[in-house]
Design a protein around this ligand. Structure first.
Ligand code: NA7
Length: 524
């Protein structure tokens, strides 16, 4: 399921290995996340040359990236090209929404149902459904009373025309911080509704300089090796020093240099930023000072300064001119933390203190039911008719190595909860999983095995380990309300879902299991 980066790569690899493969995709085009999230300003925060497949030398030599960080339309064009170039489309069924899948014990196969009544049978079900593909239910009081148009960043209409409109954006996560500066340039008035401020790092995107892409291409294999050898799945020149071991002047100079460089390299300023509260406090203070310097109105600057969680505990946001946008005369910030949103009206919204804000267009950038949403939305029944939704809504996504859940044989879950996924360059993590899954299937075929499934005790230990590793860092701290641990959705079980040790340590765990005959899995 899913024709994004994972699904397309799986299709190419498994078809090449001699399997019969069908990819079911609800969108009318391939691309997954990068098809749906086509709001103005959408851009990846991993560099173009690294946010791409490494498994075909010619592909990576021929594709021409134009900017340092890829815009959504460029990633979509790339994935569409991959689908054409490797003749993948013939095995992809677009506009095919899966509603459920049931494990049939007697045939050791899954039967898969779609919204339009089609049915498929498959020995293996690979859930290439993405971590951020199902929006969180919109929990805004009285939204139905609003008389204007409502646009959703996760399903942006191709023909949205906002020039001259009075627009309100709700949400200041990665999406909000990208869409706000883009909209501010075209709309008449922009109201930004913020509940929890985020740390926003400048992207410093730019066109690739002459010769830059060629230089990367000349050493691509080495670059890919370096990426795979970094915990984040993308090489960063991390400073090995600890923040509190150097004097204040060196600390400031290091933060300043990396802030000017832009992007996630800023997080590699010091080695202990996610381990030592004092180090994290230092980088938080630096960003707060920057906000104060950039934003002219100091009342607005104060509202934009995060102060209730460590930098990183909520996904750090990388965006262009976010803080600068609040200096524009057509942009205003509405803080709904101190003064909650009371209700929507026909012409806008009302706050608890009676303040009214009017607009004709509402843009929702309110986030996702991360990791589990795509699974719990479907009716997936494993052994004995057990519903995955019941198990995961009670206990959270319990898996071994993030790949398999006990009771759901032959259902494999690349780059999602329980593996580094969103804490890494997703493409590196996806490639790690696709090759591991292909090896597993080859081994099963060679040994005449029909089923694979997480061993319950191994699964318990893995979930504990993922949680334990997260608690060695500052990631779970503060009141970030982060989707990393399900805290953006009321009632969702809270456990830290991505594996914080990163792709290198994770790769060792994958290899250890495979080398020992798939320890932690029951093969039958
Ligand atoms: P996020 O990071 O979950 O951000 C959602 C934003 O929406 C966040 O600022 C929320 O505030 C805000 N929000 C959500 N519900 C409400 C209500 N009811 N009232 C006010 N504000 C609300 O999602 P994104 O789409 O920005 O990013 C997701 C990931 O996609 C991103 O990290 C990249 O990996 C790609 P809150 O913080 O909950 O107070």
């Amino acid at each position: 399921m899913g024709a994004g980066f994972s699904g397309l790569h799986l299709l190419h690899r498994l078809r090449g290995d001699g399997y019969s493969v069908r990819v079911l995709e609800s969108a009318p085009e391939v691309g997954g996340t990068w098809y749906w999230n086509r709001y103005p300003g959408a851009r990846c925060d991993v560099e173009s040359v690294d946010y791409s497949y490494s498994w075909d030398g010619d592909l990576q030599q021929e594709w021409e990236w134009t900017e340092k960080y890829p815009a959504q339309r460029d990633i979509l064009a790339y994935l569409s090209h991959v689908a054409d170039r490797f003749d993948l489309r013939k095995d992809v069924e677009l506009e095919t929404t899966v509603t459920g899948a049931t494990w049939d014990e007697s045939t050791s196969r899954w039967s898969v149902r779609t919204e339009d009544g089609r049915a498929y049978a498959a020995q293996f079900l690979v859930m290439a459904v993405g971590c951020l593909s199902v929006p969180k239910e919109v929990d805004l009081p009285g939204l139905e009373h609003f008389g204007g148009q409502v646009l959703r960043t996760w399903n942006w209409p191709e023909d949205a025309e906002l020039a001259g409109h009075d627009v309100c954006v709700i949400g200041t996560g990665s999406t909000g911080a990208q869409v706000v500066p883009a909209l501010a340039e075209v709309v008449a008035r922009l109201t930004v509704v913020q509940r929890t401020p985020n740390f926003v790092i400048p992207t410093r995107n730019r066109p690739l300089a002459e010769g830059e892409l060629e230089a990367v291409k000349a050493e691509y294999p080495e670059r890919r090796r370096r990426n795979a050898g970094h915990s984040a799945g993308v090489f960063r020149s991390d400073n090995p020093k600890n923040a509190m071991e150097v004097d204040a002047a060196e600390r400031q100079a290091t933060f300043q240099e990396r802030w000017e460089g832009g992007g996630i390299n800023f997080l590699g300023s010091f080695a202990d930023l996610m381990f030592d509260q004092a180090a994290n406090d230092a980088i938080c203070s630096f960003v707060r000072e920057k906000i104060g310097e950039i934003v002219e109105d100091q009342k607005v600057a104060e509202l934009l300064k995060p102060d209730s969680y460590p930098l990183g505990a909520k996904r750090p946001v990388v965006a262009t001119d976010y803080y600068e946008t609040f200096n524009r005369p057509n942009v205003s910030l509405v803080d709904v933390r101190e003064n909650p949103l009371e209700a929507f009206t026909e012409s806008g919204l009302a706050l608890a203190n009676g303040e009214q804000h009017d607009f004709d267009t509402l843009v929702l950038a309110t986030g996702f039911d991360a990791f589990t949403g795509a699974f719990t939305k479907m009716e997936i029944r494993g052994r004995d008719g057990v519903l995955l939704r019941d198990v995961w809504q009670e206990e959270g996504p319990k898996t071994f190595l993030g790949l398999s859940s006990a009771g759901f044989p032959n259902m494999l879950m690349p780059a999602n909860a329980g593996s580094p996924s969103v804490l890494s360059n997703m493409v590196t993590s996806i490639e790690q999983h696709v090759s591991w899954i292909a090896d597993l299937l080859a081994e099963m075929r060679a040994r005449g095995l029909r089923t694979v499934e997480a061993e319950p005790q191994a699964q318990e230990k893995w979930v504990e380990h993922v949680e334990e590793v997260a608690h060695m860092t500052l990631w779970p701290n503060g009141d970030s309300g982060s989707w990393y641990r399900g805290a953006n959705i009321a009632g969702k079980p809270q456990l830290f879902m991505p594996y914080a040790a990163g792709v290198v340590e994770y790769g060792k765990a994958l290899e250890k299991s495979a080398k020992s005959g798939y320890e932690g899995f029951v093969l039958a």
